[in-house]
Design a protein around this ligand. Sequence first.
Ligand code: BG6
Length: 485
Amino acid sequence: MATSNVQLVIFGGTGDLTTRMLMPSLLGLFDTGKLANFAVLILSNRNFTDDDYREFIRPFLRRSTKPDIPGFLQHIFYQTMDVTKATDYTAAATKSHEIDKKFDLGGNRIFYFAVAPRLFSPIIASLPDSGFLARPGYKRVVIEKPFGQDYPSAKALNEQLNHLFHEDQIFRIDHYLEKRMVQNIMLTRFGNGLTEGIWNSHFIDNVQVTLSETVGLENRAGYYDQMGATRDMVQNHIFQLISLLAMDQPISLRQGDVTEAKVAALRMLKTPDLQLINQQFVLGQYLGNQQEPAYLDEERIPKTSRTETFVAGELNFNSYRWDGVPFYFRTGKRLATKTTRIDVVFKAPQLKLFEEHHQVIDHLAPNILTILIDPDEGLSMQLNTRDSDEETFGSTNAILANTQPATGFETPEAYESLLSDIIDGNTENFPQWREIAVAWQFIDALRAGWQKTSPIIHQYLLGSMGPEQADKLLTRTGRYWAFDP
Ligand code: BG6
């Protein structure tokens, strides 16, 4: 289905995000006919004409198909601008109106902030007087992460946006919500009597969320050293997963109802207790090897940095459903393997019946429901079965849903689906402010606890699964990480 009549106004059109993700994915949408009557206005500080920019962007426009690149480029325009200079906005808005007229776009505009987060606020502040928001036509705004650095800064950014846009016009990006198996969590839980019936503390022993990465800083030292793993991955992606796993059934699948259920779950999280904080959370920094530098030896990282490149933690809920059920999470850079997965560990059977069998170890393994998100997608359940020699019992992994490679995220294809949602005005896969707010409040409390207790930053070996203290987090209560590559 062709979607027409929209102008994308991209602030920051010569940076990595626009060149590597946005433009190739817009070309993809053009190629499939999703974008027909449209225009893109790039605003950036380099001194380009429309044609210069078209030449500049051409090498980035690679697709597996053979798209009509000259046809696509006719929809691309460029305006030089310094986003901190108010007068530049008027010229940019004038150009935007001219393009709008030329293509008869009805004033529909999507503002995409592909710039450093410190520029979000000055751009929003300049929009009202620029003429960019003139009616008619819809106006939408897209904000890349991070949405603030803590609750106060996120709240200030949100208030600034709310002066100009309604919640359904604001698209805050969390690319995890576009992952197919993340979108599947609700259906896995609420669409199956088998799962939701036992999704509580009577049957579940603990829940484990692992987001491990093999990559390091990827040229983002400045950003990363300021944020650390907790704010880079936990506040957004991990809290999104945990809210979907922990929430009660929403009243309906409408976004407002789902958000309400997610927020209610997160609000039931117990605030970290200062006495327990250093037992329940583990911070780490990676060491180097002969080829790769340690975190503290990376370029532009201060030798004294205490920024965590790994964090693991235990979250507990104040609720009957999750009474006594810890939710563990871990994420880090330079770990053994790239994987995003959830392991729901069920209580092991208490029955002694099988102990009498001479070959059986003294207890049966727990059932584990695994949701594989990335790089493989699938659902599996660890079950106890008799081995083929019929003498011993073992555990086997029953595949419940096909395992297949994920599309790959932070790819042009993933951005295609994000952009396609934005063009359709579908905010379903974008976090709402209330979810972001409650997650920040928890993270701020956690970080305030760390400020007071000054936790050890444990060093860990590159290629490991983090410091051994992250294992102790579970072993001290007789548990263990289900995923141990
Ligand atoms: C981003 C983080 O949000 O997610 C990056 O800023 C991280 O540091 C990335 O590498 C991981 O995404 P994915 O989809 O590869 O798990």
